[in-house]
Ligand binder design. Structure first.
Ligand code: NAD
Length: 284
């Protein structure tokens, strides 16, 4: 039976350390504060907002909720970004995406102050993820994968890691972050030929394809550590990952569940970024 890499103990460990850092900030008169900007009522956004607000409250972080209607005007959206940029009491911003128009996405990514960019959407954060320099923030889900591997003690140096998925939100940043930790990286995407063979040879397999049931027993081999980032719905309407858990779990060494794995850690990483942003502002 594979070891179950649940997110809960990672959250507890990170949360304990963050609460102490928040206490220190509060003693210095700073209340770390996150602005969440949501457009419309997409169920996935609502669910993440609820979870993130609960996590932040548990750690002592304040959350400001900003809501725009789906038919917002671009000027309204930019006014929100400028308000966040200009408010010294707001340390970080999470904006739910995708936005209605590609131009709005580009405008927000260009306008948001990089030091308030909690989810790695600005060019400055992305550049720092790429170079491995300090400063900026990685996308929360990508970092959640590394937090899980670190917490459970898996060494990344020289490890063969395969990532399925090459989006800017998860696949690419997690791949680069693993490379920066001296892993040997293989990236697979929709046009990769024989993805299964690239996966079988890996010691660590991270699936972030958003494709229910993609990772079957043919993708894995004994001794592997499997992180399932996917959050999908199966044909029966049930929440599931990319990995066919029942087939894969008996073969591999360790695996994250869905739900209760990577997704559980993501909102705590968001909280960690807010605390870090508040500390950085404090040091200025
Ligand atoms: P995306 O659609 O932007 O990107 C998917 C990537 O996977 C693309 O690079 C695509 O080429 C690749 N891909 C798709 N099907 C593939 C296949 N059959 N074989 C190989 N590669 C394939 O999606 P995303 O935003 O990166 O999200 C990926 C998944 O992660 C989704 O299920 C999403 O819901 C989930 N997600 C989880 C969290 C979390 O906290 N756990 C957070 C955000 C997103």
């Amino acid at each position: 039976m594979a070891k179950l890499l649940t997110g809960a103990p990672v959250v507890t460990a990170l949360g304990g350390e963050l609460s102490k850092r928040v206490e220190r900030l509060k003693a210095a008169g700073i209340v770390p504060t996150l602005a969440i900007v949501r457009i419309g009522e997409r169920p996935a956004d609502l669910s993440y907002e609820r979870g993130a607000s609960k996590r932040c409250a548990a750690i002592g972080i304040e959350v400001k909720h900003i809501f725009l209607k789906p038919d917002y005007r671009p000027e309204e959206l930019m006014a929100v970004v400028q308000e966040i940029n200009g408010d010294p009491g707001i340390h970080g911003c999470l904006m739910f995406r995708p936005l209605a128009r590609r131009e709005d996405e580009l405008a927000v990514c260009a306008a948001l102050k990089p030091e308030k960019d909690m989810d790695g959407i600005t060019a400055w954060s992305q550049g720092n993820v790429l170079s491995g320099e300090e400063g900026g923030f990685a996308p929360c889900t990508a970092q959640a994968c590394l937090e899980i591997l670190d917490y459970y003690g898996y060494s990344l140096k020289s490890s063969r890691v395969t990532v399925i998925g090459a989006s800017m939100v998860i696949g690419k940043p997690v791949g680069i972050m693993l490379l920066n930790r001296c892993a040997t990286l293989t990236m697979c995407h929709i046009d990769t030929v024989d993805t299964a063979s690239h996966c079988r040879g890996a010691e660590i397999l991270i699936s972030a394809a958003g494709c229910a049931g993609l990772v079957s027993k043919d993708y894995v081999s004994p001794g592997q550590v499997v992180l399932d980032v996917g959050i999908n719905t199966n044909p029966e309407g049930k929440l599931c990952g990319d990995v066919r858990f029942d087939e894969v779990e008996p073969i591999v060494e360790a695996i994250t569940p869905v739900p209760g794995g990577v997704g559980t850690v993501t909102s705590t990483v968001l909280a960690k970024h807010v605390v870090e942003a508040a500390e950085r502002m404090c040091r200025k």
